[in-house]
Ligand binder design. Structure first.
Ligand code: 13P
Length: 235
């Protein structure tokens, strides 16, 4: 299974190093065989060797250049980063990234062989508009994306479930994941208010290959508990 932590704009460089080291200690002591990904803030990216794979939360589709506030391939290569999150709902809805821009990023990092965690998910008004409308919206987020890319992981994160404590029912998650698996056979993660209290049930669902965790992952002990759930379920 794939257990991923999106640290968003949290933790300093020093705190991130400590955090990743705590995960490594747990992984080693408990002989964890799952894939563990951590997406730190850009300023906390670093060379890291161990079981935890560090990825960027965002990157511009360029080697370098005049793109104020962005980072490109040169900055990722400095830290041997080969994993990138593309299309997170906060990039789409807070920072206004369009599908076209995301497709450009996707293609650029795909051509370089990066592992891409591509996020999809509907805002509340689309969910409330009914299943057909909602699936149409999610389908539009697949437009231009090579869904058979070998290093692709997809994360389904309903926008209204992110950071709110709300989640779809387990039944809903399983149904949507089953639908989304028809669009791509890539591993499919669920994200949105995953906590220690619900992670096990979510990980047990059919067509859920892992989780992408935000706020609850900021506590290494909580994140390690979720890693352990995945390990137990996989055995
Ligand atoms: P929360 O776990 O805080 O809801 O965030 C989920 C998320 O956005 C992970 O990418």
């Amino acid at each position: 299974m794939i257990i991923a932590a999106n640290l968003k704009t949290n933790l300093t460089r020093k705190q991130t190093r400590l955090y990743v080291n705590e995960l490594e200690t747990y992984i080693k002591q408990n002989n964890i065989k799952q894939d563990i990904l951590v997406f730190p803030a850009t300023s906390s990216l670093d060379i890291h060797s161990g079981k935890v794979v560090l990825g960027a939360q965002n990157a511009y589709p360029t080697q370098n250049g005049a793109f104020t506030g962005e980072i490109g391939l040169d900055q990722l290569e400095e830290f041997l980063i080969k994993t990138v999150l593309i299309g997170h709902s906060e990039r789409r809805h807070v920072l206004g990234e369009s599908q076209d821009e995301l497709v450009k990023k996707f293609n650029y990092y795909k051509d370089l062989g990066f592992k891409i965690i591509y996020c999809v998910g509907e805002p509340l008004e689309k969910r409330e508009a009914g299943k057909e409308e909602m699936m149409k919206y999610i389908a539009s987020q697949y437009e231009g994306i090579d869904t058979s890319y070998e290093n692709l992981i997809i994360a389904y994160e309903p926008v209204w479930a992110i950071g709110t404590g709300l989640t779809p029912t387990l039944e809903d998650i399983e149904l949507i994941h089953t639908d989304l698996k028809e669009k791509s056979h890539a591993p499919l993660l669920y994200g949105g208010s995953v906590k220690v209290t619900n992670a096990k049930e979510v990980l047990e669902l059919k067509n859920v290959d892992g989780i992408l965790v935000g706020s609850a992952a900021l506590y290494s002990e909580h994140f390690c508990t979720m890693i352990q759930f995945a390990q137990d379920i996989s055995q």
